[in-house]
Design a protein around this ligand. Structure first.
Ligand SMILES: Nc1ncnc2c1ncn2[C@@H]1O[C@H](COP(=O)(O)OP(=O)(O)O)[C@@H](O)[C@H]1O
Ligand SMILES: O=P(O)(O)OC[C@H]1O[C@](O)(COP(=O)(O)O)[C@@H](O)[C@@H]1O
Length: 303
């Protein structure tokens, strides 16, 4: 089973305002409330691709109920810990540019945090856990490390998609995949990246530090895959971008689902790109038929 863990889910409130005037009354053309949070998005795409998945994490209050009901109506298996505080709402403002305003996240008690650990203690060696997204500030600094140690004890595999120290600290535990985008990679090593050569240098470092596979995603410019056997560049299919929120999560889902079936990282990378782009070309996350239609357009070559 592929489990996802979203420590900090959100309602993604997508607001379309053609021209925003700061300090004035703005009217929305349209709006959309979607369940969000990186692991939840990954589970939604896995489910869309008919790959068994279960979404774990913390949900609370009326916002948490919205997400739980939405996912269950969609037929997605979930096993969230109920928390006292309200799940956050993240604003995604679509105008001539995309602006995101993300909440910091709810308070999580020690008791609620322990309940998640107890769930992970039931994993087996056949399971894969995808740890995705930010941590609410109330959780201990080393909370991801604590979860990884339980996952490793059970001989399950894991993928981690977060930023900064949490990501760097996880590398020694050999995650199956890490997928920073170009900006996150630059931030990790405190560098400015000006060329693809720079991306290659720093992406390869994540492999040296322990990751089994690394994807560095570059939004509209495609992505690079680093494996122990070679480095590959993937080119995006063509299409009209509608909403790139969740493109990275879709890429992780596409890669993981395909890798579990084929154990072929290059084939999995193609599925990752098709899934990421299909989401970028959709209002919500991608649908299976759109992903499969784009798959044949994805080009990957060794570099
Ligand atoms: N504008 C776009 N056009 C086509 N594909 C895109 C676009 N934005 C994202 N994608 C696809 O989704 C993948 C992940 O997107 P990216 O924005 O890099 O990740 P994140 O959401 O984590 O920042 C990209 O590598 C690409 O394959
Ligand atoms: O957990 P974080 O890092 O605060 O990010 C949460 C946000 O990321 C998203 O999961 C989208 O992520 P990506 O665009 O990177 O795939 C949103 O649904 C959510 O609002």
């Amino acid at each position: 089973m592929i489990y996802t863990v979203t420590l900090n889910p959100s309602i993604d409130y997508i607001v379309n305002v053609p021209q925003v005037a700061l300090g004035e009354l703005n009217k929305m053309d349209s709006d959309l409330k979607l369940p969000g949070g990186k692991g939840i998005n990954v589970s939604r795409i896995l489910h869309e691709l008919d790959i068994p998945t279960c979404a774990l994490g913390f949900l609370g209050g009326f916002t948490g109920n919205f997400i739980k009901d939405w996912l269950e109506t969609d037929g997605l298996r979930t096993d969230f810990i109920s928390i006292q505080d309200d799940t956050r709402i993240n604003i995604k403002l679509k105008s001539d540019v995309e602006t995101e305003i993300n909440g910091r996240g709810p308070a999580i008690t020690n008791e609620e945090a322990s309940q998640l650990m107890e769930k992970l203690a039931r994993l087996t060696a056949e399971d894969t856990v995808i740890l995705s997204g930010s941590k609410p500030p109330s959780l201990p600094d080393d909370f991801y490390k604590q979860l990884i140690s339980i996952i490793k004890e059970k001989n399950a595999s894991f993928i981690i998609d977060t930023t900064g120290k949490d990501l760097l600290d996880a590398l020694v535990d050999q995650p199956l995949l890490v997928k920073p985008n170009k900006e996150e990679l630059a931030e990790l090593f405190n560098v400015t990246m000006t060329s693809e050569e720079d991306v290659r240098t720093f992406g390869a470092k994540l492999l040296e530090l322990g990751a089994q596979h690394v994807i560095v995603s570059m939004a509209g410019e495609g992505a690079l895959l680093f494996t122990k056997d070679g480095t590959y560049k993937g080119t995006n299919p063509k299409g009209t971008v509608k909403n790139s929120v969740g493109a990275g999560d879709s890429m992780i889902a596409g890669f993981t689902g395909e890798f579990m079936k084929t154990k072929d990282p290059v084939q999995a990378f193609k599925m990752g790109i098709a899934s990421g782009s299909a989401t970028a070309f959709s209002d919500d996350l991608a649908k299976q038929q759109d992903i499969l239609a784009l798959l044949e357009q994805v080009e990957v070559k060794e570099i």
